[in-house]
Design a protein around this ligand. Structure first.
Ligand code: ZN
Ligand code: ZN
Length: 180
Protein backbone atom coordinates (compact mmCIF):
# COMPACT_ATOMS: atom_id res chain seq x y z
CA UNK A 1 0.00 0.00 0.00
CA UNK A 2 1.31 3.43 -0.97
CA UNK A 3 0.93 6.61 1.09
CA UNK A 4 -2.13 8.52 -0.26
CA UNK A 5 -0.24 11.78 0.20
CA UNK A 6 3.30 11.02 -0.98
CA UNK A 7 2.01 8.51 -3.55
CA UNK A 8 5.33 6.65 -3.86
CA UNK A 9 6.25 5.82 -0.25
CA UNK A 10 5.11 2.42 1.05
CA UNK A 11 3.05 2.37 4.24
CA UNK A 12 4.65 0.34 7.02
CA UNK A 13 3.22 -1.12 10.24
CA UNK A 14 3.57 1.32 13.13
CA UNK A 15 2.06 1.98 16.56
CA UNK A 16 0.12 5.22 17.15
CA UNK A 17 -0.26 4.40 20.79
CA UNK A 18 0.45 1.37 22.95
CA UNK A 19 -2.00 -1.28 21.62
CA UNK A 20 -3.05 0.85 18.62
CA UNK A 21 -1.48 -0.34 15.38
CA UNK A 22 -1.66 1.56 12.08
CA UNK A 23 0.09 1.77 8.72
CA UNK A 24 2.43 4.75 8.74
CA UNK A 25 4.35 6.75 6.14
CA UNK A 26 7.99 7.46 6.99
CA UNK A 27 8.08 10.48 4.69
CA UNK A 28 5.05 12.60 5.67
CA UNK A 29 4.38 10.83 9.02
CA UNK A 30 0.72 10.37 8.18
CA UNK A 31 -0.94 7.06 8.98
CA UNK A 32 -3.82 4.88 7.92
CA UNK A 33 -5.84 3.82 10.93
CA UNK A 34 -8.20 0.85 10.87
CA UNK A 35 -11.35 2.05 12.62
CA UNK A 36 -12.08 -1.53 13.64
CA UNK A 37 -8.84 -1.63 15.65
CA UNK A 38 -9.45 1.90 16.80
CA UNK A 39 -12.93 1.17 18.25
CA UNK A 40 -11.54 -1.78 20.20
CA UNK A 41 -8.67 0.40 21.47
CA UNK A 42 -11.03 3.26 22.46
CA UNK A 43 -13.26 0.85 24.36
CA UNK A 44 -10.43 -0.81 26.28
CA UNK A 45 -8.03 2.09 26.83
CA UNK A 46 -8.92 4.95 29.18
CA UNK A 47 -8.06 8.49 28.09
CA UNK A 48 -4.66 9.38 29.58
CA UNK A 49 -5.30 11.33 32.77
CA UNK A 50 -2.43 13.77 32.74
CA UNK A 51 -1.88 16.24 35.59
CA UNK A 52 -4.83 18.65 35.78
CA UNK A 53 -4.52 21.74 33.67
CA UNK A 54 -1.75 20.55 31.38
CA UNK A 55 -4.01 20.23 28.37
CA UNK A 56 -5.08 23.74 27.55
CA UNK A 57 -7.90 24.07 25.05
CA UNK A 58 -5.86 26.57 23.08
CA UNK A 59 -2.95 24.21 22.57
CA UNK A 60 -1.23 24.98 19.33
CA UNK A 61 0.40 22.04 17.67
CA UNK A 62 2.19 21.63 14.41
CA UNK A 63 -0.17 19.34 12.54
CA UNK A 64 -0.15 19.08 8.78
CA UNK A 65 -3.39 18.77 6.88
CA UNK A 66 -3.98 17.52 3.37
CA UNK A 67 -6.42 20.01 1.91
CA UNK A 68 -6.81 18.29 -1.44
CA UNK A 69 -8.86 15.13 -1.85
CA UNK A 70 -6.96 11.92 -1.27
CA UNK A 71 -7.86 8.42 -2.34
CA UNK A 72 -8.03 5.43 -0.03
CA UNK A 73 -4.80 3.37 -0.24
CA UNK A 74 -6.87 0.18 -0.05
CA UNK A 75 -9.73 0.69 -2.52
CA UNK A 76 -8.70 3.89 -4.39
CA UNK A 77 -12.03 5.60 -3.70
CA UNK A 78 -11.95 9.31 -2.74
CA UNK A 79 -11.97 9.64 1.04
CA UNK A 80 -14.56 11.85 2.77
CA UNK A 81 -13.32 14.78 4.83
CA UNK A 82 -14.63 15.62 8.31
CA UNK A 83 -13.86 18.77 10.27
CA UNK A 84 -12.60 18.34 13.84
CA UNK A 85 -13.88 21.63 15.20
CA UNK A 86 -14.97 25.08 14.13
CA UNK A 87 -11.71 26.73 15.13
CA UNK A 88 -9.28 24.24 13.62
CA UNK A 89 -8.96 23.76 9.90
CA UNK A 90 -7.67 20.18 10.08
CA UNK A 91 -9.96 17.55 8.63
CA UNK A 92 -9.82 13.79 8.96
CA UNK A 93 -10.10 11.68 5.81
CA UNK A 94 -12.24 8.58 5.98
CA UNK A 95 -13.06 5.66 3.72
CA UNK A 96 -16.36 4.25 4.91
CA UNK A 97 -16.05 1.28 2.55
CA UNK A 98 -12.80 0.05 4.11
CA UNK A 99 -13.54 1.54 7.55
CA UNK A 100 -10.17 3.30 7.54
CA UNK A 101 -9.18 6.84 8.52
CA UNK A 102 -6.17 8.79 7.27
CA UNK A 103 -4.43 10.98 9.85
CA UNK A 104 -1.90 13.47 8.54
CA UNK A 105 1.38 13.87 10.43
CA UNK A 106 0.69 15.42 13.86
CA UNK A 107 -3.08 14.98 13.69
CA UNK A 108 -3.15 12.25 16.32
CA UNK A 109 -1.30 14.58 18.70
CA UNK A 110 -3.78 17.31 17.76
CA UNK A 111 -6.70 14.98 18.59
CA UNK A 112 -5.07 14.23 21.94
CA UNK A 113 -4.57 17.91 22.70
CA UNK A 114 -8.24 18.58 21.86
CA UNK A 115 -9.17 15.56 24.00
CA UNK A 116 -10.78 13.99 20.96
CA UNK A 117 -8.50 10.97 20.59
CA UNK A 118 -11.17 8.75 22.16
CA UNK A 119 -14.05 10.36 20.26
CA UNK A 120 -13.11 9.88 16.61
CA UNK A 121 -16.37 8.12 15.57
CA UNK A 122 -18.38 11.07 16.96
CA UNK A 123 -16.55 13.41 14.54
CA UNK A 124 -17.91 11.36 11.61
CA UNK A 125 -21.53 11.94 12.60
CA UNK A 126 -23.93 14.44 11.00
CA UNK A 127 -24.70 15.85 14.44
CA UNK A 128 -21.04 16.72 15.03
CA UNK A 129 -20.62 18.34 11.62
CA UNK A 130 -23.90 20.27 12.01
CA UNK A 131 -22.76 21.60 15.40
CA UNK A 132 -19.50 22.86 13.84
CA UNK A 133 -21.40 24.64 11.06
CA UNK A 134 -23.74 26.21 13.64
CA UNK A 135 -20.78 27.42 15.71
CA UNK A 136 -19.19 28.94 12.62
CA UNK A 137 -22.40 30.73 11.59
CA UNK A 138 -22.81 32.04 15.12
CA UNK A 139 -19.23 33.31 15.15
CA UNK A 140 -19.61 35.00 11.76
CA UNK A 141 -22.81 36.76 12.87
CA UNK A 142 -21.10 37.96 16.04
CA UNK A 143 -18.16 39.32 13.99
CA UNK A 144 -20.52 41.23 11.70
CA UNK A 145 -22.35 42.74 14.67
CA UNK A 146 -19.03 43.70 16.29
CA UNK A 147 -17.97 45.47 13.12
CA UNK A 148 -21.24 47.44 13.09
CA UNK A 149 -21.69 48.34 16.76
CA UNK A 150 -18.26 47.69 18.33
CA UNK A 151 -16.99 45.18 20.88
CA UNK A 152 -18.57 46.93 23.89
CA UNK A 153 -21.98 46.96 22.26
CA UNK A 154 -21.69 43.31 21.27
CA UNK A 155 -20.69 42.36 24.82
CA UNK A 156 -23.80 44.17 26.13
CA UNK A 157 -26.01 42.38 23.59
CA UNK A 158 -24.50 39.00 24.56
CA UNK A 159 -25.01 39.74 28.23
CA UNK A 160 -28.61 40.76 27.63
CA UNK A 161 -29.27 37.67 25.52
CA UNK A 162 -27.86 35.36 28.20
CA UNK A 163 -30.00 37.08 30.83
CA UNK A 164 -33.03 36.86 28.53
CA UNK A 165 -32.50 33.14 27.93
CA UNK A 166 -32.61 32.41 31.65
CA UNK A 167 -35.70 34.41 32.52
CA UNK A 168 -39.29 33.29 32.12
CA UNK A 169 -40.53 36.65 30.77
CA UNK A 170 -38.62 36.33 27.51
CA UNK A 171 -41.59 36.67 25.16
CA UNK A 172 -43.01 39.74 27.00
CA UNK A 173 -39.66 41.52 26.80
CA UNK A 174 -39.19 40.65 23.12
CA UNK A 175 -42.69 41.84 22.25
CA UNK A 176 -42.02 45.11 24.07
CA UNK A 177 -38.69 45.61 22.26
CA UNK A 178 -40.04 44.85 18.79
CA UNK A 179 -42.73 47.49 19.17
CA UNK A 180 -40.48 50.28 20.34
ZN1 ZN B 1 3.42 10.02 3.04
ZN1 ZN C 1 -11.18 2.27 0.93
Amino acid sequence: MKCPRCKTTDLKPTMIDEYLPAMGCGTCHGCLLSLLYYRHWAETQQPAAGPAGTQSAGATLEATDTTTAITCPKCARVMAKYKLSGRISNRLDVCSTCDEAWLDGGEWELLEALQLSHKIPAIFTDAWQRRIRRELTEETRREILTRMIGADGTAKVEEFRAWLAQGKHRSHILTYLYRS
